[in-house]
Design a protein around this ligand. Structure first.
Ligand SMILES: Nc1ncnc2c1ncn2[C@@H]1O[C@H](COP(=O)(O)OP(=O)(O)OP(=O)(O)O)[C@@H](O)[C@H]1O
Ligand SMILES: [Mg+2]
Length: 312
């Protein structure tokens, strides 16, 4: 069963089309990444999965229940940490989380324990008695995340969870996300950060201007960038012969030839390294060293969106 099935989903706000005919499946038990530059429709999609918005057309099914027609059922499955936590309460962080814990079904005794445990884990305990306006942006973010950790929903959604938090907290959050998945939750993370996506997500969808650009593991996305791998071979022997041997191979795009080095761009470089070495050896060239470099994450992002990260 798909945890989330998005079918021909369109969301318009007046004249603005935020999401344009999105089709996507998120499997149960995976950590799924939603990537895209600012304004590409990530939050709109997540908020619709969480039933905050209704689709303009198309539908989204959460564990086979329609967000349009069965909102109450869907809400039981979903927990979401919003991108921008709002001050909707007058309570302290501690009171807020305690209240939240009781709402999602803990007894008062259990609630106290789980709230303390969660706040300590995210270094929130020292802030428990403050007012919302006294909290830093990162601390507000952690409070959002704490809500989802306490809830342990079947589908956990984090909208740019680490955008404002420090490095130590980032690592703690990545651990939390993996742990939730190990305990049976399906997790969706929206992020602008390819590194974060590579670190925790099993599959990634890249959105751009409300549309899906590509879908797959980071490895698969890298392999889709044409001529994306860089293979660097250091050799001893005749450079012209080395070049001729190399160019006989399929799929060599651009290349650069030095006195004792060739750099070539091609796909799936790591799988083809052996082939390159043996072609050169057959031509009487001694290979001293071969290095394969994948495209960088920025290359991948740029290829699929034509935009550097953070651009509108
Ligand atoms: N409530 C709203 N009313 C009007 N327009 C909206 C609303 N919410 C989003 N939009 C527009 O829809 C588009 C997609 O916005 P969305 O917030 O989904 O993008 P995003 O990918 O989450 O961006 P970011 O990385 O900045 O969080 C943008 O053009 C945005 O201005
Ligand atoms: Mg967003």
């Amino acid at each position: 069963m798909a945890a989330v099935k998005i079918v021909n989903f369109v969301k318009r706000f007046g004249e603005v089309t935020a999401v344009n005919n999105l089709n996507l499946e998120i499997y149960e038990g995976e950590i799924f990444g939603l990537l895209g530059p600012n304004g590409s429709g990530k939050s709109t999609t997540l908020l619709t999965i969480a039933t905050v918005y209704k689709p303009t057309s198309g539908d989204i099914y959460v564990f086979e229940h329609s967000v349009s027609r069965e909102g109450d059922t869907v809400r039981k499955f979903v927990g979401i940490a919003f991108q921008e936590p709002k001050a909707m309460w007058v309570d302290t962080p501690y009171e807020l989380l305690l209240w939240h814990a009781m709402i999602v079904g803990y007894t008062s005794h259990e609630a106290k324990n789980v709230v303390k445990e969660t706040m300590e884990r995210l270094n929130l305990w020292e802030h428990r008695k403050k007012q919302f306006y006294q909290l830093s942006g990162g601390t507000r973010k952690k409070l959002e995340i704490a809500k989802v950790m306490i809830q342990r929903p079947r589908l956990a959604i984090f909208d740019e969870p680490t955008a404002q938090v420090d490095v130590i907290t980032k690592h703690a959050l990545w651990d939390v996300v993996r742990e939730m998945r190990d305990n049976g939750s399906t997790v969706i993370v929206a992020t602008n950060d390819m590194f974060e996506a590579e670190k925790i997500c099993e599959r990634i969808a890249i959105m751009y201007r409300g549309e899906l650009r590509t879908l797959g593991s980071v490895k698969e996305l890298k392999d889709q960038v044409p001529g994306g791998d860089v293979v660097e071979v250091s050799f001893e022997g005749d450079r012209e012969e080395a070049k001729d041997a190399l160019l006989k191979l399929d799929g060599i795009g651009r290349y650069m030839l030095g006195n004792d080095k060739i750099v070539a761009y091609l796909n799936k470089g790591e799988e083809r390294a052996a082939e390159i070495v043996s072609a050169l050896m057959s031509a009487g060239i001694k290979v001293k060293r071969i290095m394969v470099q994948e495209p960088t994450l920025d290359d991948v992002f740029f290829y699929f969106t034509g935009a550097r990260l953070g651009e509108g």
